[in-house]
Each structure stands twice: as structure tokens, then as C-alpha cells.
Write a protein that binds this ligand. Structure first.
Ligand code: ATP
Ligand code: MG
Length: 284
């Protein structure tokens, strides 16, 4: 049995549960106050915790693995493994300053007070840049600290920047990029490691599927070669004759991000009846 710690409520919770569901792992739905749950069809137990507490729980072997943002891992999780990146909760940890602050380079932060809930990451960042500043550790609402005179600048999580804007702040330096990661204890017993590897296999299949689409189209036979060049597929596309003489149906996969650009190329090359379908799992 593997114990996996996940966020009890917050930005990671929904996506984490959805991801586990996508891996075919079912849980009995308990009350919101529930702290533990056991999967009905996989040897895994869930612990619901605040994200900040997850790395320490793994270090202390209360849990074997957990799902947190990389920012929390680097702030709180010494000597654990990042088993895989999960591709959601993408954000960045950045330095931001009030709009009126005259800022030319990171040197302008010398001897300034910087409020953050990530003091360890900020300290490492400033040391690398040889900047001495006064790090003010607060646990939340970092963005309001310049406005209330608590700090000259902040180091905080940003995704769209709208919170900064509404607090009269502007982003000036990137400290790190972050996304959700599966972290684990480096020293797991063999049976737990086996379950972790099974979980990783499923997580990777679901994550990979999310990056691709399945595509079906009809093509004149004399255009197959040209269309195959646009769609190299996983190995090579599947081609089947249509009932109509001189035409084939071609099936392949396409990267989600390439999709609009390739659709235009395919139409220009003569493809018709193009269908693009989501893929649930992808195992290479
Ligand atoms: P907890 O109560 O568990 O301590 P929290 O308030 O510390 O939760 P959340 O705001 O739920 O944390 O954020 C959890 C993680 O989601 C962050 O550590 C970060 O990795 C990521 N995250 C935070 N803000 C954003 C955002 N605006 N967009 C995308 N991801 C974000
Ligand atoms: Mg937290």
C-alpha cells in the first residue's frame, strides 16, 4: 500500500483528483473534512493535507509520495525525489515592485525589504545574484505588503498578473517557473516502490494523452504521401481504403499545439472529412 499526500483544498485539489480518476483510481467520496481515503481498486491511501505540510510528511515517512507545486517542493522539501512533472498548476515565482519604484536591475533591491512566503527560494536567488536584502517572511496575502508599508517589493506566485495589477505592482524578475509535481521519498520499501512505479506509468499515459489528439481524415490516394509528411504519427499513420475508388481513410495522432497549423496544411493538401478526437490514455 502506497500513501499519497494531496492538497486538502485549494488550487491543486480538483486537478489532482481528476488526474487520479483519469488513472482509473477510484475513491469513496467522503465528507469535505475527511483526512484519509483508501482507493477501491488500487493499493493506495490518500492523505488530505495543506500543501505546505506535504514535503515534511514525506520526509518523516508519514506519506510515501505527494503532489505539490514545485515552488512548495523547493521551499520545503529537501532530499526528496521529483518523480514526474504533472503539467498543471503552471505559474511562476517572481519579484514584483510598486509601479513608482524606479527599477533598472536586480541591484536596485539592495537593502530593500522583500516580503515573501518563499524565503528559502528567495534567499538562494539573491545569493546567486550577490544581492543583500531584507527578506520578510509572511505566510499569505504577500501582494498587499508594499501597499501597507510592510515591504518595498515582493516575491510571489503569479499566473496572469491580474492580482499584481490590482495592487499597483509590476513584475520585474523571474525567480522560478513552477507546475505540479509528484514527489516521493527516495528510500521506499520494494512493495511501495512497485506501486509508485505503477502509478507513474498511469500518470504518464494520461499526461501524454492530454498533449495529443487522434485525427481521422479522407484523402485521395495520390495525396497520401504528402499528407503522411504533414502527419508522421506515433510510428506511421494507419491507411485503409474507402468504398469510393481512389480514396483512403488515414488515422494518426497530432500534437495538440500543432493542431491548427497542421489542419490548414492538410486541407491545402486535399484532405477532407477531418475529425479530431481527444485521446484518453497513450502508452508508447
Ligand atoms: P494550502 O491551504 O493547501 O496551504 P495554499 O493557499 O498554500 O493552499 P493554493 O493557493 O491552493 O495554495 O496554491 C497551491 C499551488 O498552486 C501553489 O503552491 C502553486 O504551485 C500553484 N498556484 C498558486 N497560484 C496559482 C495560480 N494563480 N495559477 C496556477 N497555479 C497556482
Ligand atoms: Mg499552502
Amino acid at each position: 500500500m502506497l500513501t499519497l499526500a494531496i492538497q486538502k483544498s485549494g488550487r491543486l485539489n480538483d486537478a489532482t483528483l481528476k488526474l487520479l480518476k483519469g488513472c482509473g483510481i477510484g475513491f469513496v467520496n467522503g465528507s469535505k473534512d475527511k483526512l484519509k481515503s483508501t482507493a477501491t481498486n488500487f493499493p493506495i491511501k490518500l492523505l488530505f493535507l495543506r500543501d505546505d505540510d506535504i514535503p515534511k510528511c514525506i520526509v518523516d515517512k508519514v506519506a510515501d509520495a505527494g503532489i505539490v507545486g514545485e515552488n512548495v517542493y523547493f521551499e520545503k522539501g529537501e532530499n526528496l525525489n521529483i518523480s514526474t512533472k504533472l503539467g498543471f498548476a503552471k505559474c511562476r515565482l517572481s519579484i514584483a515592485i510598486p509601479k513608482h519604484f524606479e527599477y533598472n536591475s536586480i541591484k536596485d533591491l539592495t537593502n530593500k525589504r522583500i516580503a515573501t512566503s518563499h524565503p528559502k527560494i528567495l534567499d538562494r536567488f539573491l545569493n546567486e545574484k550577490n544581492i543583500k536584502a531584507d527578506i520578510h517572511h509572511i505566510s499569505g496575502s504577500v501582494e498587499i505588503s508594499p501597499g501597507i508599508g510592510l515591504a518595498d517589493a515582493i516575491c510571489d506566485i503569479i499566473s496572469t498578473g491580474s492580482t499584481l495589477l490590482s495592487n499597483g505592482l509590476k513584475e520585474v524578475d523571474l525567480v522560478m517557473k513552477s507546475e505540479a509535481v509528484l514527489i516521493s521519498h527516495p528510500d521506499l520499501k520494494a512493495d511501495r516502490k512497485k506501486v509508485l512505479n505503477q502509478l507513474l506509468f498511469r500518470l504518464r499515459a494520461v499526461k501524454k494523452a492530454g498533449n495529443y489528439k487522434y485525427i481521422l481524415l479522407n484523402t485521395p490516394n495520390d495525396k497520401i504521401e504528402q499528407i503522411c509528411e504533414i502527419l508522421p504519427g506515433m510510428k506511421s499513420p494507419t491507411i485503409m481504403p474507402l468504398a469510393e475508388e481512389g480514396w483512403s481513410s488515414l488515422h494518426s495522432v497530432i500534437r495538440k499545439n500543432d493542431f491548427w497549423e497542421k489542419i490548414n496544411n492538410l486541407k491545402t493538401a486535399g484532405a477532407q472529412g477531418i475529425l479530431v478526437i481527444p485521446i484518453e490514455k497513450m502508452i508508447m
